[in-house]
Ligand binder design. Structure first.
Ligand code: HEC
Length: 204
């Protein structure tokens, strides 16, 4: 069980390094295990490293604005996690679980759905750090700002804690984890979303 938990965490560290420091995956892998510590090439070390960085950055796209990342990914995933504050046995498997639009009644239902939704939130943190994604104001999301990065880390931590609580199937742990998750969402919303009119959204 421990190894399963470490796996997504480990990928997060790599992915965050890619996003924040704009380091290519191959460099991250070297830094993680392959060579000696501190062997990761410094920026400007050579043309090939610079080219690789450019290639990796060009693969990242933000076709979807922040509002729809929230509505399409964070909102439905968090509702599955929040459902675990109450007795999950009310969610009976659907007649055909393989086609259920509700994760809780699907093939991967019940606590498994809560685990998966928690992990979706963990990974969604990386989506909130890709440069260039627009807010509904038309301005880019402020992904370089220190408090934004801190709020995103709060989401990642809360998602990982929810995953752990779901694995334990403990109601008390789950209630605590969902409280922290709600706090992680609203900490960022208080600064960047709760503005009069969408024109000012994502503006601190
Ligand atoms: C790092 C900042 C940040 C975090 C963390 C964050 N949000 Fe958001 N969220 C925003 C911003 C900014 C907007 C407004 C986007 C816009 O209008 O462009 C928003 C918008 C939304 C909306 C759309 C509201 C509408 O007007 O339709 C929903 C739903 C939402 N967030 C849910 C969540 C949930 C649930 C979480 C936690 C699991 C979360 N968000 C975490 C920044 C964040």
């Amino acid at each position: 069980m421990r190894t399963r938990r470490r796996s997504p965490l480990c990928m997060c560290v790599v992915a965050a390094a890619i996003t924040v420091a704009v380091v290519v995956p191959v460099v991250s892998m070297e830094a993680q295990g392959g060579g000696p510590r501190g062997a990761a090439p410094a920026p400007g070390r050579g043309a090939s490293a610079a080219q690789a960085r450019g290639a990796a950055a060009s693969q990242m796209r933000t076709d979807v604005d922040l509002l729809h990342v929230m509505r399409g990914i964070l909102f439905p995933s968090s509702n599955v996690v929040f459902a675990a504050q109450d007795d999950l046995s009310v969610w009976k498997p659907a007649a055909d679980p393989s086609t259920s639009p509700n994760p809780l009644t699907s093939t991967y239902g019940g606590w498994t759905a809560v685990e998966n939704a928690s992990l979706a939130l963990v990974e969604s943190a990386n989506l909130l750090l890709i440069p260039g994604r627009l807010c509904s104001s038309g301005k880019p999301a402020p992904v370089q700002r220190a408090d934004w990065i801190k709020f995103v880390q709060g989401l990642r931590d809360a998602g990982n804690a929810a995953y752990k609580a779901a694995q334990s199937k403990g109601q008390d742990a789950m209630v605590a984890a969902t409280g922290d998750l709600a706090d992680a969402c609203s900490a960022c919303h208080a600064v960047y979303r709760e503005k009069p009119g969408t024109a000012n959204r994502c503006v601190p």
